[in-house]
Ligand binder design. Structure first.
Ligand code: HEC
Ligand code: HEC
Length: 217
């Protein structure tokens, strides 16, 4: 596979990916009711993600400031299909959290978190070498094993590009690392994009880029 060899092609790929993903999620563009979302978030979610979505536990993601369309998509995909089809993003902690939520609830919650101001998450401060490697991969990828630049889809400052490309900036390093590992295992809700990206990365590269992402604002 040579599709990631230069950034122009990555961009072309990005654009060609956007169309089908958008078509499949046309209902996500409807705005949720952030006030209603706030109530649900305060009740069920706050214990692990904090009331405003700024989780202070490194394995629980920061949700504050995330694009609503992405959060909505994740909440839908933690859920099993009506016909018992397995969740696209199976997770034993989040599955029971979304079981009782309607799509409308999820849209409201997503609207609420999108409006909250994100705080910088927790990194493991593994030293400058690792951060430097992380920055190189984030901004330019690695030509040797054809890892694409993360910035080409998640933007140079890590803000992502709604509706399809999530915000990564400031996320806890342990959570990001766990997701980069999950795309190699059971997380299958990425239209095969992230699975291809991580299949080329070493554990050290995943750790490095995860630490660097926490430092983005
Ligand atoms: C017991 C702790 C706990 C509770 C309570 C909880 N979560 Fe989570 N949440 C997690 C963990 C752990 C993950 C990471 C799952 C993984 O590794 O894929 C997560 C992941 C998520 C994600 C994915 C974020 C991303 O960047 O992809 C969303 C969205 C989310 N939770 C929303 C909620 C909402 C909404 C509620 C309340 C209805 C809630 N959570 C309640 C622990 C919790
Ligand atoms: C071709 C576009 C593309 C490139 C390049 C790319 N990503 Fe992604 N990434 C995506 C998409 C699309 C998703 C959303 C998947 C979903 O809907 O669950 C995503 C999701 C993620 C997530 C999950 C976020 C969360 O909150 O759970 C992480 C972490 C991530 N990417 C990290 C990276 C890193 C690190 C790189 C560079 C090594 C990278 N991505 C390169 C498209 C891309």
């Amino acid at each position: 596979m040579r599709i990631f060899k230069n950034s122009a092609i990555v961009f072309a790929m990005t654009l060609s990916l956007s169309a089908p993903a958008l078509a499949g999620s046309s209902t996500t563009s409807a705005e949720g009711d952030a006030e209603k979302g706030k109530e649900i978030a305060a009740g069920t979610c706050a214990g692990c993600h904090n009331p405003d979505g700024n989780s202070i536990i490194p394995t629980n993601p920061v949700l504050a400031g995330q694009h609503a369309a992405y959060t909505f998509k994740q909440l839908m995909e933690f859920k099993e299909g009506d016909d018992g089809e397995p969740a696209k993003r199976p997770n034993p902690i989040m599955a029971p959290m979304v079981a009782a939520l309607s799509p409308e609830d999820m849209r409201d919650i997503a609207a609420y978190y999108a409006q909250q101001t994100p705080q910088t998450g927790i990194s493991n401060k593994k030293g400058d070498d690792l951060l430097e490697l992380g920055e190189i991969i984030y901004r330019g990828g690695n030509l040797e094993n054809e890892v694409p630049a993360c910035a080409s889809c998640h933007s140079p400052n890590g803000n992502g590009l709604p509706p399809n490309y999530p915000r990564l900036a400031g996320q806890h390093a342990d959570y990001t690392y766990a997701q980069l590992s999950a795309f190699d295992k059971n997380r299958k809700n990425d239209n095969e994009v992230m699975r291809l990206v991580v299949s080329r990365m070493s554990a050290r590269e995943k750790r490095a880029v995860a630490e660097f992402i926490t430092s983005l604002k």
